[in-house]
Design a protein. Structure first.
Length: 241
């Protein structure tokens, strides 16, 4: 199994902290966000990585080379990161994935047991959902059926009808990822639709009859880092975690 980490963006909402440092290298306690992510993946015995970088990518590569000199990692450069979204970065990985995979955003703090629960869920295609998080306009929300099969996913969904927030960690079979690559290839290479969130392509596959399931991981800590307020809260909650 391979782990995809997307880390190309500018993170404007965290300026000035990100003026000289990519978001994933911001420290929470003694470790930065990326270090925590890689450690959590390795704890689940996944040792192959594909990483998409862009903004200040040399800092990211230098950190990984120093901290994880033996890491099995392939890099892709999203050189136009200022003008595209995470669907573009994900599209770039389609030819490097050779089997089942994990997909992780690089700005998530989380308990490594979340990955374990996805791997042991019994679902080939699933994503981690916090069903206890207070939902608003910014969260990627999911609506599910009685078996936790996802019917709808996106920011635009109504909080009161949603099961919870998709936290940005997914597990996919190779067959599903291949289909996802085909959707992204059409949207990006043919339609020049480079500014979507990748969840829009998940929804297209769901509408075509492909099953993705929500795995409730709300018993484990997780949070997304978007703003200085998030960073302050993370320092309190994850400093010794």
């Amino acid at each position: 199994m391979q782990a995809i980490i997307l880390a190309a963006g500018l993170s404007k909402r965290l300026r000035p902290l990100t003026d000289s440092t990519p978001k994933c290298l911001l420290k929470i306690g003694e470790k930065n966000i990326l270090e925590r992510t890689i450690d959590n993946v390795l704890k689940n015995n996944i040792t192959e990585f594909v990483m998409v970088t862009g903004y200040r990518e040399n800092m990211i590569k230098d950190f990984i080379k120093e901290r994880y000199p033996e890491l099995n990692i392939q890099y892709l450069t999203n050189s136009d990161y200022e003008n595209n979204n995470n669907s573009y970065s994900l599209w770039m990985t389609k030819d490097l994935i050779k089997g089942d995979c994990l997909l992780l955003d690089s700005d998530i703090l989380f308990d490594y047991h979340i990955i374990s629960k996805l791997l042991c869920s019994g679902f080939d295609n699933c994503l981690a959902v916090n069903a206890n998080h207070k939902l608003g306009e910014e969260e990627i929300k999911v609506i599910v059926d009685s078996g936790n099969k996802i019917l709808h996913i996106g920011k635009e969904l109504q909080p009161e009808t949603s099961f919870g927030e998709s936290i940005g960690i997914e597990r996919f079979s190779y067959d599903f990822f291949r289909k996802l690559g085909e959707v992204l290839d059409r949207k990006i290479a043919k339609e020049n639709n480079v500014n979507e969130f990748y969840e829009a392509s998940f929804q297209e596959l769901i509408d075509a009859g492909n099953g993705i399931f929500a795995v409730n991981v709300s018993e484990y800590k997780s949070m997304e880092i978007d703003t200085p307020t998030d960073l302050t809260r993370a320092a309190d909650e994850f400093n010794n975690f």
